[in-house]
Design a protein around this ligand. Sequence first.
Ligand SMILES: C[S@@+](CC[C@H](N)C(=O)[O-])C[C@H]1O[C@@H](n2cnc3c(N)ncnc32)[C@H](O)[C@@H]1O
Length: 271
Amino acid sequence: MSEELKQKLAELVKKKIGQNSYERFSDIISEEINKALLNKKIVESLERKGKLDDASEVKKLIKKIKKRIYYSSRVYYSAEGEHVSILERGKNLTAILEFLKKLMIEKNINTIVDIGSGTFPIYFDAFLGEASPKLRYYAIEKNKKIYESLLIYSKKSKMLLTPILADADTDSLEEIYKNINNYDKSLTLLLRILHTLYRTKRLNLVEFVEKIGSKYLLISEPKFSLVKKNDISKKEKAFLLRLSNKLKANGTISDFEILDTEEEIFVLMTK
Ligand SMILES: C[S@@+](CC[C@H](N)C(=O)[O-])C[C@H]1O[C@@H](n2cnc3c(N)ncnc32)[C@H](O)[C@@H]1O
């Protein structure tokens, strides 16, 4: 691999994304540059072109780096300290809470595992009130600030809320479910998180879902993008449908049901 080419690319990336981001995300940047330089075709083409600024390979590389930086640095709190996912749902939040409560009763659920929970458990607890003091709710969250606010809340929650500070991926799931161990009566939530996890961690989704130790899974994706407010519903629905069909075909799940709401698309899977 040409060191000179590597340095030139690094300089270009720095110029395009700025010194601060360059330093903050140096891991992602060097990983992507190294990966690009492992591709013989790219190296040959760049060496032939000489001038790199306008090379399509470089543009692609910078686009990819920017995308990874965007997904790894998404801020989930608004200026008022409210979790963005909660704000985005607006008036639809109550409908989701009601749906979840009904589902719990219908399927006789006594344990919820919420992966990438955000502050959702707080709203669910307040909504349930005295309805389900025996519900065990495990909130898996990698953001320390959110985890700490869940921990403070758990001292006064009606349900038995256990926040877990963890970075969920296929390996950590095994450890998490080992301690929960209540397959038949448990529901795992992956609300507005799975597609991001898939992109940032390059998850093998079949393996990931296989490791989930719950009979029921409720997955959702938003219909509008966080920043630009673009309509992403078609893309997200296709993602959920493709995944569900694949999991059903290979026997990981026995059935699934898609629920399309105003703000969010849900899929309920049964293993
Ligand atoms: C878009 S929010 C959704 C929050 C919540 N599920 C909801 O629907 O209201 C995603 C949350 O997942 C957390 N998160 C992202 N990646 C994670 C990971 N690998 N493990 C655990 N939590 C993660 C983020 O910190 C954030 O709070």
